[in-house]
Ligand binder design. Sequence first.
Ligand code: GDP
Length: 193
Amino acid sequence: GDEVVLVGRSNVGKSTLMRELTGHSFDTGGKPGVTRQPNHYDWAGPDFMFTDLPGFGFMSGVEEGKREQIKTDVVRYVEENAENILAGVLVVDGKAVIDIIDRHRGNGDIPHDVEMFHFLQDVGIDPIVAVNKMDKVDDRDERLDDLCDRLGLFPPWQQYRETICPITAKTGSIEPLEAALAKRFRDAKRDEL
Ligand code: GDP
């Protein structure tokens, strides 16, 4: 597979990250929930392609039924293309993700981010979690350990550097993610030989 998909809730910084990864600049000021088609970008030469899937979860001004439809479309896209997908990057907002997960759990729901993490695993795509907006996080290690815990990984988070990648897309600090992706690319190339 040569495709890298980015999934995540609306407003976590997917478009910002996409721009950093690809060098393509495009409009991020659009109305949330409007971009429903996957956007494809070439990166790391012609061999790899990034796909930015529509953001899911709460979006102001977008009704429940439409939000559910977007998530269904994302899941279907990943299922249908799983064979070609080299890496699935789940983008989360490092500042907000724990509170959001815990709030949904408290309501007896399965939080979208947790669901998506397990969904990627279920379709055979080892997820990479891009924990964005780390510039807004003070208690970095504690926050990342909490995230591991919520995703069913045993802390400390430093054990999962190929899975848990703290980044700040806004300032272009995305090295941990680039390193994790580069590792995947190398492993995939090696497996092809
Ligand atoms: P998307 O809806 O997931 O595509 O999110 P956007 O890329 O449009 O970003 C949503 C908001 O988060 C924008 O105001 C961005 O400037 C902001 N943002 C994105 N990345 C970062 C980051 O690393 N740190 C901070 N503080 N804000 C960010």
